[in-house]
Design a protein around this ligand. Structure first.
Ligand SMILES: [Zn+2]
Length: 410
């Protein structure tokens, strides 16, 4: 047996609890000519018995996953609203003035920094995707095209000094060498500065059987317990935490340099207690995941067969990473889905990773034809169902999570 050590604490030997099979990089949408060359990688999920961090076993090199990234922050209205909310939260909590310096790791197309620009010009984005940095610069946001780590942190400190606020939304789950990233944060944070980060909460996602947050880009699923020791190794201390609804359940974490941190907040202590009560440190909670996931697949396939008999092939709503995981694991392909509708212009005209379903815009829909839709972007349900109602007279919609069901629209 191959033993794999925990990537975060370096002490525990990983225990596998879920096998999702071969999975392509879920953000690599393909031109027709690229379909033949597509690579798949095994996707297995494990947890560390020492620090309890949930993580995938095999890593695909980040350079292969992120250098031409098609997920745009500004592509969905719901995501823009979320980032607007983050900007408001930061402004309220930290009283941002023109003196406040803010660094965003994984700044994407600088949607969030764009909102913060009304308060301060001391902004820096860091993102490895070359196609995105250009979009950020067009918004007047200075951007470093690179991965954030201890090396780039040193460069940044030399040229720009320390930062009061460092934001990393959904970045740490994507970063194999998380301790190095956090050490970089420690170097870059001013003595009174705060790191604000968000990521999917294992207890409300994968441990409930919502396996669609698991993909190669997404190395970790958090719990609060699992992050404390990882942050400690980097010289950081978590001081506060909030539960937020994004991605089917996420944590927003506030951390400071260990020596300047102070005590844990009440909210943090109550979430730690709740994690213990729910059995996060008990093997049983991990062992029940695979059964939940297998049952989901059987039921979804059954529903799709029934719908196809009445309304023909389905149309998917959205082609997000999570939807690519669902379609690949459940083997839902061109025989089941006509096409996927996605607002991201960069995806339109391409084919979905793994199952090679064409991606189209809303214009492809026939207003009067009743069809069944598979809501792959189920975390943006309200927004997409509203948009669907504007585009068709009536429809049936399969909602995969949090509870698998079919809804009649119109
Ligand atoms: Zn560990």
């Amino acid at each position: 047996m191959n033993e794999i050590l925990c990537r975060a604490c370096g002490e525990g030997t990983l225990k596998r609890f879920l096998e999702l099979g071969g999975m392509p990089p879920v953000n690599a949408f393909l031109d027709e000519s690229e379909i033949q060359k597509e690579k798949k990688y095994p996707l297995n999920l494990a947890y560390c018995p020492k620090c309890l961090l949930v993580q995938i076993e095999e890593i695909v090199p980040p350079e292969e996953l992120f250098s031409n990234y098609l997920h745009l922050s500004s592509a969905s209205v719901s995501n823009i609203n979320h980032l607007k909310d983050v900007a408001d939260t930061l402004n309220k909590r930290f009283d941002i003035t023109s003196d406040t310096s803010i660094l965003e790791i994984g700044s994407n197309d600088a949607t969030l920094l764009g909102f913060l620009k009304q308060h301060t010009d001391n902004l820096l984005g860091v993102d490895p995707a070359k196609n995105l940095a250009q979009l950020s610069r067009e918004k007047g946001i200075e951007t470093l095209t690179d991965f954030f780590n201890t090396r780039t942190a040193e460069e940044i400190v030399k040229t720009q000094g320390l930062f009061d606020i460092i934001v990393a939304l959904n970045v740490i789950p994507h970063t194999p060498d998380v301790v190095d990233l956090l050490r970089g944060v420690k170097k870059t944070l001013s003595p009174d500065g705060t790191l604000v980060m968000e990521g999917a909460y294992a207890l409300e996602t994968v441990l409930q059987g919502e396996f669609d947050t698991i993909y190669h880009e997404h190395v970790y699923s958090f719990s609060l317990h699992s992050l404390i020791s990882t942050f400690d190794r980097a010289g950081l201390k978590i001081v506060d935490v909030e539960k937020i609804p994004t991605q089917g359940g996420s944590l927003r974490i506030f951390a400071k340099r260990k020596e300047d941190a102070g005590e844990h907040s009440k909210e943090m202590i109550s979430i730690l207690d709740e994690e213990k009560e729910k059995g996060l440190n008990n093997r049983a909670i991990y062992d029940q995941v695979e059964n939940k996931v297998k049952n989901f697949k059987t039921q979804l396939k059954q529903i799709i067969e029934n719908e196809k008999r009445s309304y023909g092939k389905l149309i998917a709503l959205g082609s997000p990473a999570r939807g690519i995981v669902i379609t690949n694991y459940c083997k839902i392909g061109k025989d089941d889905i006509d096409y996927m509708i996605d607002d991201t212009p960069l995806k339109q005209g391409k084919y979905s990773p793994g199952m090679h379903v064409p991606i189209k815009s809303w214009n492809a829909l026939d207003r009067n034809e009743k069809r069944t839709f598979l809501l792959l972007s189920w975390n943006y349900k309200d927004h997409l169902i509203k948009k669907l109602k504007e585009n068709v007279e009536s429809a049936r919609v399969i909602i995969p999570f949090p509870k698998l069901e079919v809804q009649e629209i119109g």
